[in-house]
Design a binder for this molecule. Structure first.
Ligand code: PMP
Length: 395
């Protein structure tokens, strides 16, 4: 990325907008105006058409239908909308047991805790040492009162992919609702609502080169009536989430999804190459490290996206790395929480010791990252870490 003070290696936190997305949005910041609810006039009708197109692009990216896409302000709101919005329905059915995992994003864990305060029982499935939710354990945690299972598609700190197929197979034939936070999966790993059998799926535009401030909740048509809105008002989006639809943001989100679909496999190959460049540099410099979340899951297939690397450097505190590394921006701990110093609940949950958590950093790269940048990052990282490891070994 040009004009940046450092090389940006924090794509899992947020991605730059793709230039094509900016171009698609730009008329909606001034040249065009219209409220998609004002269908009496041509301006409103034009905004509605643009939103319809974007809604189709988003739906197509995950195998859904247009009317199953409900716009929100982002993934945080979408996750809250599922857990809190289902509470009344689940209570009325006497299904107050929920199953999730400790590596979920805070925007799932916090509303789950809020539900616990109101009488729900939440079970956290155990995790495999590689960081994956254990499909068998998710299913073992179910009981006759379970109303909802919420398991993310890809973890934002480790890049580990969860075995949604196993969960789907176990839920088949039950009426337990299935939610998946797919914010980190869109454009990075295959994710299709039909294949995964989910009833609800969370998406966010700013993880996929779209604008910040817009996300969506996929709500399978047949379960829409179970959700109570969190936001009441003019009744937009079938009353599920009121408020004027932000045309520019939605147009950008739609374009970002269309590009993600077209470029996912090319991106993936490039990212795998970048991943290996970084690891080769560390190996060559004889750095002692381990990849948190592991490469290979329960079988020999890769159960991780290549664009997120969570690396633990033995004997090197991540705070030192923040100070010593000048050339690129990365994150430590729970990067997506407001308190940047908070320790990582994800790494703790997958069995890292406190020392390992404090010696871990997350590198994440994306579509705008060049091979030259990766080479520079790899060289600096290997140099800095190997000097620090030499110092700590000598001490
Ligand atoms: N879920 C996951 C898996 C995420 O990575 C994030 C962003 N860190 C969120 C939810 C929240 O996304 P948003 O910023 O769109 O609210």
């Amino acid at each position: 990325m040009s004009n940046s003070p450092t090389i940006y290696m924090d794509y899992a936190a947020t991605t730059p907008m793709d230039k094509r997305v900016v171009d698609a949005m730009s008329p909606w910041w001034g040249d065009f105006v219209g409220n998609a609810s004002s269908l009496q006039n041509a301006h409103g009708q034009m905004a509605k058409r643009a939103i319809d197109k974007a809604q189709n692009q988003i739906a197509d990216a995950i195998g859904a239908d247009k009317d199953e896409i409900i716009f929100t302000s982002g993934a945080t709101e979408a996750n809250n909308m599922v857990l809190l919005g289902l509470a009344e329905h689940l209570k009325s059915e006497g299904r107050t047991h929920i199953v999730t995992s400790k590596t979920e994003h805070a925007s799932v864990l916090m509303p789950a805790m809020q539900l616990m305060r109101t009488g729900f029982d939440v079970a956290f499935s155990t995790l495999l040492p590689c960081g994956m939710a254990d499909g068998k354990d998710v299913l073992a945690a179910l009981n006759e009162n379970t109303g909802l299972v919420s398991i993310q598609a890809v973890n934002n700190e480790t890049g580990v992919i969860n075995p949604l197929d196993e969960v789907k197979a176990g839920l088949m034939g039950t009426d337990i609702l299935f939610h998946c936070d797919a914010a980190q999966a869109l454009g990075k790993a295959p994710f299709n609502v039909k294949d995964t059998g989910v009833d609800f799926a969370t998406l966010s535009a700013h993880k996929v080169y779209g604008p910040q401030g817009i996300g969506a909740l996929y709500v399978r048509r047949e379960v829409q009536s179970y959700l109570k809105p969190l936001v009441y008002g003019g009744g937009q989006q079938g009353g599920l989430r009121s408020g004027t639809l932000p045309t520019a943001l939605i147009v950008g989100f739609g374009e970002a999804c269309a590009i993600a679909v077209a470029e996912q496999s090319a991106d993936k190959q490039r990212f795998e190459n970048y991943h290996q460049i970084i690891r080769s540099a560390l190996d060559k410099a004889q750095v002692t490290y381990k990849i948190n979340g592991h490469d290979h899951g329960k079988d020999s297939t890769l159960w991780r996206v290549p664009n997120i690397m969570n690396i633990c450097f033995e004997g090197v505190e991540n705070e030192w790395l923040l100070e010593a590394i000048q050339g690129f921006a990365f994150s430590t701990g729970s990067a997506c929480s407001a308190n940047g110093n908070k320790t990582s609940h994800v790494l703790e949950a997958i069995g890292c010791t406190a020392t390992e958590v404090n010696s871990s950093i997350r590198l994440s790269f994306g579509r705008m990252t060049t091979e030259q940048e990766i080479q520079r990052v790899a060289t600096e990282l290997a140099q800095v870490v190997s000097s620090l490891q030499e110092l700590t070994q000598a001490a």
